[in-house]
Design a protein around this ligand. Sequence first.
Ligand SMILES: *[C@@H]1O[C@H](CO)[C@@H](O)[C@H](O)[C@H]1NC(C)=O
Length: 373
Amino acid sequence: MGFLVACVVSGFLVIVAICGRRELAEVNGGRMRLVGVGLRGLVLGLVYGFDFVWRSFKKGLPLSVRQALKLSTVAFIFSTVLATFLPDQSEVKSVLGDGGFCSISPPRNSAESPKYWKVTNPTLAPSHLQDLPGFTRSVYKRDHAVITPESQVFSPLPNWDNTLGAYLVSPAMGSHFTMYLVNMQEGSTSALPEKGVERFVFVVQGSVLFSNGSGSSHKLHVDYYAYIPPNLDHSLKSEMTTTLVIFERRYATLENYYPEQIIGETDKQPLLETPGEVFELRKLLPTSAAYDFNIHIMDFQPGEYLQVKEVHYNQHGLLLLEGQGIYRLADSWYPVQAGDAIWMAPFVPQWYAALGKTRSRYLLYKDVNRNPL
Ligand SMILES: *[C@@H]1O[C@H](CO)[C@@H](O)[C@H](O)[C@H]1NC(C)=O
């Protein structure tokens, strides 16, 4: 009888080892769960128990005791190893059947949704509408464009290895720069821009090793950036799956001014004065005349909006990194969210209001320091 109890205990341990932390974490939530684990342990234990009785008849008590002990020890070690190699309990769950072995609560109600559930639960969020055939929030007009993720088309970037790029802004729209997203697989290497073209790289995900062949290389993580002046030999090597946003422009030379390589980190850039405005502003490049564009990082708390309704000669490429809100472009108001990209031609009326519950952050290209004539 004592041995039967031992079997129950080892059966219990087997269940705990397989179902593990998830089951135990829920113990606080109700003792029923513990009882459930115990019950299932009892069932397993009974299997050992029957084995024990059967062997008693056949081989005598001491031998069967040893055998049953061996069996349950092996089962315990095996299940512990299993739980270690399958730390994600959902995997164990899928092996054992959803909600079956590891849960005493009935399987989640997978019954089909009510017949007319779309009427009573309409999908109002624009992101949900992405599933609607033919629907996109993207627009392309003479003086602005909104390119949302479902419209982005990635293709291999010439001379980069294992890298896909999606051009979101290019001179075909009327811009004097390109803005593109880059997806690098682990261990990929960049190619150089054309002669005379400057490049700005911002890490959105993952990390790259930047090197210009002389001096030390720099590891660029998320929120790090590099400005590479025209004709500077350099490479970006991805250390993992990495997403970059890159801006390139044919450098507009200015006599006696020469831009230099810059490596930086967004958080280390000082917050700048924004008279009359509430948003937080950082500039990632120096404001000196050597640089013909700058990249701004602008943060808005929910409910904050631009006071000025800008109309200016400069052009913009924008990537919304966080949050959501309404962007006004010319006479259109666009609901936008993180992942959306915007092209603003010179003189398009523009304005932003942050909504939702989280901070809005966007990254903005702006040409500066050159006479527009
Ligand atoms: C190359 O990179 C090193 C290390 O960042 C830097 O010190 C050097 O100035 C760079 N060379 C040029 C020509 O910018």
